[in-house]
Design a binder for this molecule. Structure first.
Ligand SMILES: [Zn+2]
Length: 232
């Protein structure tokens, strides 16, 4: 259903190649960084000329990271259109398809950095990305991936920010994208029915299809997940 292609070279060349290949979606992966080590939130940048689909997709992804990895949500409900002072806009503005630049965690924040370097959290980020693409592009097709900073002809040694505790932004972004590629390319059909799932880490313990109109409530004190109202 999905084929993932990694694009390298300068950012405008990556986008031109993705347009040529008629990608259905384009993702550039970064990790954020700040001189304030306490700064830490999930956020997505879109181009200033982004479609509403890019913005909605970015909000869905940033929100899922915020809930799943228990970090705050940055930007306007998770999205900064046009990037901070234009930073990030150039990375996406020439794409013909919906495109997002991911900044799910902060490399400079010690607690976030632990997650960035942790294999289970990398798998979780890859899972959220893969699922966001299935939700927003259920028809399948070629998906373009771009590792932020790395493989630019203009600056071949750029690896982005240093990750607190060791490693670089670009190398960890590449690890997550590689995991997401494996997940996406193994999708044989997109889930079109509404499903409730129980996960342990990223392992699926239980899944159940429910009606689109069923209300779902979780009572953390009783430990009961109620599907539909008790009377109904
Ligand atoms: Zn970056």
């Amino acid at each position: 259903m999905y084929e993932v292609r990694f694009y390298q070279g300068d950012y405008n060349d990556r986008q031109a190649k993705a347009n040529e290949d008629q990608c259905i979606a384009y993702v550039e992966h970064h990790f954020n960084s700040s001189s304030n080590v306490e700064a830490g939130y999930s956020m997505v940048v879109t181009g200033a000329n982004a479609s509403q689909t890019s913005i909605n997709w970015g909000r869905w992804y940033a929100g899922a990271v915020s809930r799943g990895l228990d970090v705050s949500l940055g930007g306007d409900r998770g999205v900064v259109v046009g990037g901070y002072n234009g930073l990030g806009d150039y990375n996406l503005r020439y794409t013909d398809m919906p495109a997002v630049l991911l900044e799910p965690l902060f490399a400079s924040n010690p607690w976030h950095a632990t997650r960035i370097r942790d294999e289970n959290s990398q798998a979780q980020l890859a899972g959220i990305l893969s699922e966001s693409i299935q939700r927003f592009f259920p028809q399948g097709g070629v998906v373009g991936f771009s590792v932020g900073h790395k493989y630019k002809e203009s600056n071949p040694n750029d690896r982005g920010a240093s990750v607190y505790g060791g490693g670089t932004e670009a190398d960890y972004a590449e690890i997550v994208l590689n995991k997401a590629k494996i997940l996406l390319e193994s999708v044989s059909e997109v889930q079109t029915k509404r499903e409730v799932r129980v996960l342990q880490g990223t392992d699926l313990l239980w899944a159940h299809t429910i009606d689109a109109d069923t209300s779902v409530t979780w009572d953390p004190v009783l430990g009961v997940l109620q599907l539909g109202s008790i009377s109904g």
